[in-house]
Design a protein around this ligand. Structure first.
Ligand SMILES: Nc1ncnc2c1ncn2[C@@H]1O[C@H](COP(=O)(O)OP(=O)(O)OP(=O)(O)O)[C@@H](O)[C@H]1O
Ligand SMILES: O=P(O)(O)O[C@H]1[C@H](O)[C@@H](O)[C@H](OP(=O)(O)O)[C@@H](OP(=O)(O)O)[C@H]1O
Ligand SMILES: [Mg+2]
Ligand SMILES: [Mg+2]
Length: 354
């Protein structure tokens, strides 16, 4: 809003009425969410149904012009962002410093941490999940930064067992960062392009659990995954093989035709404990966790991937009762942010330390 009018000391002062009108308009809207998303992400996330339902609740979405200074846009209550590249992260970090009152979803430093497949999984095996009805591990893995020819020896020294899943070390949203390979023997590692992570393949019966986190809400869906690798295959097969995105949204699984020991969802206490710990440790509110159950076990799970603000999750009856759909989950989350902001403002007005 452009300031108007002049006062005695030459500074530009706001016309009181205009200011009050604008402020009141802003107050009437429960929440103004500025968003900076790729066109693909905007299309998949900000669908008309979500915008219409949100508007009914006083939530408005405003597109951020990435070619203009962010501080000259708004005012926003929330900035929701998922863009590629570091340039934007500097913009949003600078904005966050200047506008502590705005909720940034999510802090760029927290996002960067899971954009590196090494830091992404660090510390998960040490989480305190006692009495959560299960165990959560991460597969053994090692980073190869430069020369993959020497990595054959390093893999042996690190005690990693084949087959290994080779993943680009950095996740940047490009298709290349999702180009994964299965490597069956040491010599074939030389064919891979660093920087990458070599992660032990864990047999898990071909079903993966995608645990979506939206604020305090947890939703779990089943997805098809890579099949088990038999001992016979391990002994006979050599080389590296690229595989497609086997667990994409289109690979949803209907549990009826699956072995219940494979399809059974992770125990709710384990998911709640894991998400609680990860939310605190990662400092993220919008993310999903890819979990697999070790084949033959009932309660040993591995976290193999964490994604920031992922795609739409197709709601299924997944044993936790009928779930509100995608749009309602996000609207409830955004309203909780508005409530938190209102409560904080009330505390500041009444001088209560937050
Ligand atoms: N350590 C592992 N053991 C067994 N299967 C694995 C392992 N790592 C990956 N996979 C399989 O490969 C798929 C892709 O792996 P991952 O999720 O790490 O890649 P991604 O590119 O980050 O995928 P996403 O689209 O979920 O971001 C998994 O869904 C799973 O089917
Ligand atoms: O919708 P699900 O099945 O959760 O798959 C997501 C992937 O797990 C994410 O890795 C994708 O985000 P990136 O492509 O920015 O990593 C994410 O891409 P998106 O953010 O464009 O939706 C999705 O493909
Ligand atoms: Mg994944
Ligand atoms: Mg991923």
């Amino acid at each position: 809003m452009v300031p108007r009018g002049n006062n005695t000391d030459g500074e530009v002062a706001l016309d009181r009425t205009t200011f009050e009108q604008a402020h009141q308009q802003h107050e009437n809207k429960k929440l103004v969410i500025g968003y900076a998303l790729t066109s693909k992400k905007k299309k998949s996330f900000l669908q008309p149904k979500l915008e219409v339902l949100a508007r009914k609740k006083g939530i408005s979405f405003v597109s951020i012009d990435q070619d203009k200074p962010l501080s000259e846009q708004g005012p926003f209550d929330v900035v929701l962002h998922k863009l590629l590249g570091n340039a934007w992260h500097e913009v949003i970090e600078d904005y966050q410093q200047k506008h502590p009152e705005v909720t940034v979803l999510d802090p760029p430093g927290a996002i960067q941490r899971i954009y590196n497949r090494q830091s992404m999984l660090q510390g998960i095996a040490d989480l305190n999940l006692a009495d959560c009805d299960g165990i959560v591990c991460v597969p053994k893995q090692m980073v190869v930064l430069k020369d993959t020819t020497s990595s054959a020896d390093e893999v042996a020294e690190a005690g990693l067992k084949f087959p290994l899943v080779a993943k680009p070390l950095l996740v940047d949203g490009t298709a290349k960062s999702h180009q994964l390979f299965l490597a069956y023997d040491r010599l074939s590692l030389a064919e891979l392009e660093p920087p990458l992570v070599l992660q032990e393949f864990v047999n898990h019966g071909g079903v993966l659990f995608k645990v979506f986190v939206v604020g305090d809400v947890i939703r779990v869906v089943r997805r098809f995954s890579l099949p088990n690798v038999s001992n016979c295959e391990k002994a006979k097969v050599a080389g590296v093989f690229q595989f497609p995105r086997v667990s994409s949204a289109a690979a949803s699984v209907d549990k009826t035709d699956l072995d219940p020991r494979v399809a059974e969802l992770p125990p709710k206490p384990l998911l709640e404990g894991l998400v609680r710990e990860l939310r605190n440790r990662l400092g993220l509110r919008l993310f999903n966790i890819d979990m697999i159950r070790e084949h033959g076990s009932s309660d040993v799970f591995y976290v193999i991937d964490i994604n920031y603000f992922p795609g739409k999750f197709v709601i299924q009856l997944a044993g936790y009762g009928k779930m509100p759909d995608y749009e309602q989950v996000f609207i409830d989350f955004f309203l909780s942010l508005a409530q938190a902001k209102h409560s904080k403002r009330e505390c500041i007005k009444s001088g209560i330390e937050m």
